[in-house]
Design a protein around this ligand. Structure first.
Ligand SMILES: C[S@@+](CC[C@H](N)C(=O)[O-])C[C@H]1O[C@@H](n2cnc3c(N)ncnc32)[C@H](O)[C@@H]1O
Length: 237
């Protein structure tokens, strides 16, 4: 479907205004105000990243891991939840409690609306990464900001989506290291960490895993387009 066809199908207001916004370079999902992701529909606005197809793959693989290896109620943490798309999708399919953090209060407002819209309960926390969280989790999942500041990205993304959701220091690796550094403090003995990653970041994240979680196992997974886009770090013993 072209963007214009998408607008005609889903936009509820004046279509001429919508087409003008599209021509001015605004993403069609922000104009419509919501987007389908995994098995649900989510409100999106300029305060949240538009959830991506590759993130659906992260969610699907994580849910499959959970169903195969955790046969009990589990506790899940989604770091950098944005629209809440990951946390809410996982909560709908897995039994247990889901926590979700974001540093952006505005993003959390959207995530809370989305939880209501999808009839699920999530413990949303406005904090840096997982600062102040004392719980222990079975699963930590995150699609953190991972774009290098000098990386070329599509103008429509750069001009519209929140930069706090996109860019990270240290060649885009900042959040992976910050998350892994002290993650033992918030993990149960048996755990799964699931990350979306940039396509050329696999090796560097493998090194971080060796530094901070040397006894864990790791699986690098490609997305449907054949790019390394997900990493699973786990101990299922
Ligand atoms: C790439 S977006 C992912 C959004 C959503 N989880 C998804 O997959 O569509 C990264 C998110 O991390 C949040 N974020 C950025 N810095 C953060 C920090 N220091 N602590 C917690 N969240 C942060 C951003 O506000 C943004 O919502």
């Amino acid at each position: 479907m072209t963007d214009i066809e998408y607008l005609k199908k889903y936009y509820k207001g004046n279509i001429e205004d919508a087409i003008k916004r599209l021509n001015d370079g605004e993403p069609v999902q922000y104009i419509v105000g919501n987007v389908d992701f995994y098995n649900s529909n989510f409100i999106v606005n300029k305060n949240v990243l538009i959830p991506r197809f590759e993130t659906e793959e992260l969610v699907l693989n994580t849910i499959n891991f959970i169903k195969e290896y955790f046969h009990k109620e589990i506790k899940v943490l989604d770091i950098g939840t944005g629209s809440g798309a990951i946390a809410i999708s996982v909560k709908k399919e897995v039994s247990g409690e889901v926590y979700a953090t974001d540093i952006s209060k505005e993003a959390l407002e959207v995530a809370k609306e989305n939880a209501k819209r999808n009839n699920v309960n999530i413990n949303f926390i406005n904090t840096n990464i997982y600062d102040g969280i004392k719980e222990k989790f079975d699963v930590v999942i995150s699609n953190p900001p991972y774009i290098r500041y000098d990386e070329e990205i599509d103008e429509i993304v750069k001009n519209n989506e929140p930069h706090i959701a996109l860019y990270a220091d240290n060649n885009g690796l900042y959040f992976y290291e910050e998350i892994l550094k002290n993650i033992k403090n918030i993990l149960n003995d048996k755990y799964l960490i699931a990350f979306e990653i940039g396509k050329d970041q696999g090796e560097a994240i493998n090194e971080l895993k060796d530094k901070y979680l040397p006894d864990s196992s790791i699986l690098l997974k490609k997305d449907l387009e054949g790019r390394d886009r997900m990493i699973f770090i786990y101990n299922f013993e």
